[in-house]
Design a protein around this ligand. Sequence first.
Ligand code: 5RP
Length: 239
Amino acid sequence: MNRDVAKRAAANAAVALVEDGMTVGLGTGSTAAMFVNALAERVQQDKLREVTCVATSESVAGRAITMGLRVVDLINEIDLAVDGADEVAFPDLRLIKGLGGALVREKIVAEAARRFIIIVDSGKLVDRLGIHVPLPVEIIAFGAEQTCRRILSLGVGARFRSLPEGGKVISDNGNPIVDCYIGPERDVAWTNDLIRAMAGVIETGYFDTEIERVIVGDCSGTVKQLIAPAKKMVCRDVN
Ligand code: 5RP
């Protein structure tokens, strides 16, 4: 499968959702980078005049600025955030993200966004999360070995993400990342809750955040859009 064609198709479909005056959250990764390219192109063509961006990593901030986009700190709500994912569970649209190491800022931006949109190629759709990719977990540097051992004690495979030249990968926030191998026997949501409850754990790449839609590109350049099921209405008596 030509994944680049698929990723670009999804990115182009997402850019069509951006309107003048919006604050747009920029995700991290190769698919999100294609969205940045497409957004910059629309701005250069003068089709969008006033777009402000919030970046989920230093690398995407640099890319966006180089391409002429205006990047600001996250202070106010974001109108629309567009990001990639490592796995998308279908049909419930939960995600694993963070193989690019930006999971904490990505989650903060997703939660600050009125509309959160995921762009992926069709190879990212799965029935169950956590079987083919690890769950990334960002932890505090203090006591990191001990925190990693505590994750291992849950019966989950866990190892520090490392650089090809040796040494730990360190996130933009200055923290190591532990990749956790959940496997088919464990439920990712349940395991995620246990990991998140540990002191020293900052955040995980399990996203059950409200997602408006997932735009899925395929190698022929067509896209389909998976829309999140409507929220359940809960009625309560007030007296
Ligand atoms: C980075 C991420 C990325 O969105 C995820 O890794 C997907 O990247 P790509 O589009 O390159 O496959 O979560 O932290």
